[in-house]
Design a protein around this ligand. Structure first.
Ligand SMILES: N[C@@H](CCC(=O)N[C@@H](CS)C(=O)NCC(=O)O)C(=O)O
Length: 208
C-alpha cells in the first residue's frame, strides 16, 4: 500500500497512525498537495490527501472511507472502530467531533494561507477557531473521564476516537498557535502527551 500525503495534514496523519497501530505495512509518498498536485490527481479526482493506493492499483480517497476499508482489512481483532452497536456509534461520534475540529482548524488556517492579505476576513477565522475550540473542549471532557490510563471511548485498547482526537489537537496546536490549548483543555493536553509518546504517533510526527 502507498499512502500519499504528509504528516501535517491531520486527515493523512490519522490514516498513517491508524496503519501503525494496526500493524499494516505501507509506504509513505510524502508530498505537499499544493506543490505536487499531479502526484495526487493521477489517483484522486478531488486532488486531495490522504489518498491510499492499494497493491492492486485501486485508490481509496477520503480519510473516513480509507479507515473503514482498513478496519475491514485488519479484521475484528485489530479494527479501530467497532463494527456495530452502541460501541460503534460512540466511536463514530467522538471521531466525528475530532474530524470536525480538524476541518475548522484547517479552514481558519486556510483563511490566512489561501487569500490575498487584503481579503483576509478575521471574523471568519475567529468563527472557525471558536468551533475548533468547542470540539476540543468536548474532547477534553472525554479525556477527563478516561483518566490517566484509559481511552476516550472506554475499552482496553486505543481506538479511532483516540487517534483522531490526538491528531486533531496536535494539528490545531501547530496551525493555530495563538489558541491556549493547554490552558483550556488540560485533561486533553495530558492525554495527547501520553499518546504522542507512543511509537505509532512518534513515527508519524507533525513537522516541526
Ligand atoms: N475530508 C477529507 C479532507 C482532506 C483534506 O482536506 N485534505 C487537504 C490537506 S489537509 C487537501 O488535500 N487540501 C487540498 C485542497 O483541498 O485543495 C478527508 O477526510 O480526507
Amino acid at each position: 500500500m502507498k499512502l500519499i500525503g504528509n504528516y501535517l495534514s491531520p486527515f493523512a496523519r490519522r490514516v498513517a497512525v491508524s496503519l501503525n497501530v494496526m500493524g499494516l505495512a505501507y509506504e509513505m509518498d510524502k508530498i505537499m498537495v499544493f506543490e505536487k498536485p499531479d502526484a495526487v490527481s493521477e489517483h484522486n479526482p478531488l486532488v486531495r490527501i490522504p489518498t491510499l493506493v492499494l497493491d492492486d492499483g485501486d485508490a481509496l480517497v477520503e480519510s473516513y472511507a480509507i479507515l473503514d476499508a482498513l478496519d475491514e482489512m485488519a479484521g475484528d481483532e485489530k479494527r479501530l472502530t467497532p463494527a456495530a452497536g452502541m460501541a460503534r456509534r460512540k466511536v463514530m461520534k467522538f471521531s466525528a467531533v475530532a474530524v470536525g475540529t480538524m476541518d475548522k482548524a484547517q479552514w481558519a488556517a486556510y483563511e490566512g494561507r489561501h487569500r490575498p492579505e487584503d481579503k483576509y476576513h478575521q471574523p471568519w477565522a475567529d468563527h472557525n477557531d471558536a468551533q475548533a475550540m468547542g470540539g476540543l473542549a468536548y474532547l477534553d471532557g472525554l479525556a477527563e473521564d478516561a483518566g490517566d490510563a484509559g481511552w476516550l471511548a472506554g475499552g482496553d485498547r486505543i481506538g479511532q476516537a483516540d487517534i483522531s482526537t490526538v491528531v486533531a489537537y496536535s494539528f490545531t496546536k501547530k496551525v493555530r498557535p495563538h489558541l491556549d490549548l493547554a490552558g483550556e483543555c488540560p485533561a486533553l493536553t495530558a492525554f495527547v502527551e501520553r499518546c504522542e509518546a507512543l511509537d505509532a504517533f512518534s513515527s508519524a510526527p507533525v513537522p516541526g
